[in-house]
Structures are given as C-alpha cells and as structure tokens.
Design a binder for this molecule. Structure first.
Ligand code: TYD
Length: 138
C-alpha cells in the first residue's frame, strides 16, 4: 500500500429542512466488512492520536463533528487529509502509518475497522514500520 491508496470517499447526503442525513454501508461506501467501530473525543488541544500502522486492519475515519488532520505515511511519502465534514470518510487500507492531529474543540472522530481489536496487529515503531515496508512484509 502507498499513500495513493488512502482516499476520501464522499458519503451520501440527504438534505432535508428538518436536518440532514448521511450514511455508510459495509461493502458499499465503506469498502470492507466492518468488525469494529470506535470513536475519539475530548481530545485536549495540541494532542495527537494514532502514530502507528496496522498489519491487517483497514479503516474508515469520519469527522462527525469538528475537524482534524490525518497524516498518512507509506515510509517514503506522506499525505495530509483535513477532515472537517460529516459526509466525507477517509479510507486508510492496512499497511500505512497514520497520525491524527490538529483536533478542533469538540472534534469527534468515528472509526470503522475491518478487524477486531488485536494488539499484535499494531506496528508502533516507525523504524520497524519502514523496515517492514522495504522488506514488503506489510
Ligand atoms: P490506540 O489504537 O493506540 O489509540 P489511537 O490510535 O487512537 O491513539 O488505542 C488506545 C487504547 O485503547 C489501547 O490501550 C487499546 C485500546 N483499544 C481497545 O481496547 N479497543 C479498540 O478497538 C481500540 C481502537 C483501542
């Protein structure tokens, strides 16, 4: 995987005077089967999250409220995505390093994953990540 495999997916938006609605379905707008969802909130100013890669887990991240940046890195190149609308999802396939930063006040990040939580799926060390990438093991 390279940073070019991470992409913004525009979600349906049903505009309505009573309030707007968006949705995402597995194997449709979300290009994998969802085994897990989790969310990040109450992020203190200046903090960052992530800072790791997954070996198997594919992800979709939505800024349900507020805004933040996701920096995706393939060991050679980086791409920064600013998420600030609830009808855009960022798809990050496995094998990419990601960091979430610049959280606004009240930012709420909803994440979908293709795998159950598994500690051993994480690569936490950037040098190890680079080595796994160059050996094509991730
Ligand atoms: P982590 O994935 O490192 O958070 P982030 O990437 O956003 O910085 O997870 C932080 C802690 O939460 C860690 O102790 C594991 C736990 N956790 C679960 O138990 N289940 C989950 O699905 C996730 C995502 C995290």
């Amino acid at each position: 995987m390279t940073v070019e495999d991470a992409k913004i997916i525009e979600l349906p938006k049903i505009l309505d005077a009573r309030g707007n609605l968006s949705f995402a379905e597995q194997n449709n707008q979300i290009p994998f089967e969802i085994k897990r969802t989790y969310w990040i909130y109450d992020v203190p100013g200046g903090e960052s999250r992530g800072g790791h890669a997954f070996r198997k887990n594919d992800e979709m991240i939505i800024a349900l409220s507020g805004a933040f940046d996701v920096v995706v890195d393939d060991g050679e190149r980086q791409k920064r995505f600013n998420l600030n609308r609830s009808y855009y999802g960022l798809y990050i396939p496995k094998g990419l390093w990601r960091t979430m930063e610049n959280f606004s006040t009240n930012a709420f990040a909803l994440e979908f994953g293709s795998e159950h939580y598994d500690k051993s799926d994480y690569v936490h060390d950037y040098d190890q990540f680079k080595k796994l990438k160059s050996d094509e093991e991730i």
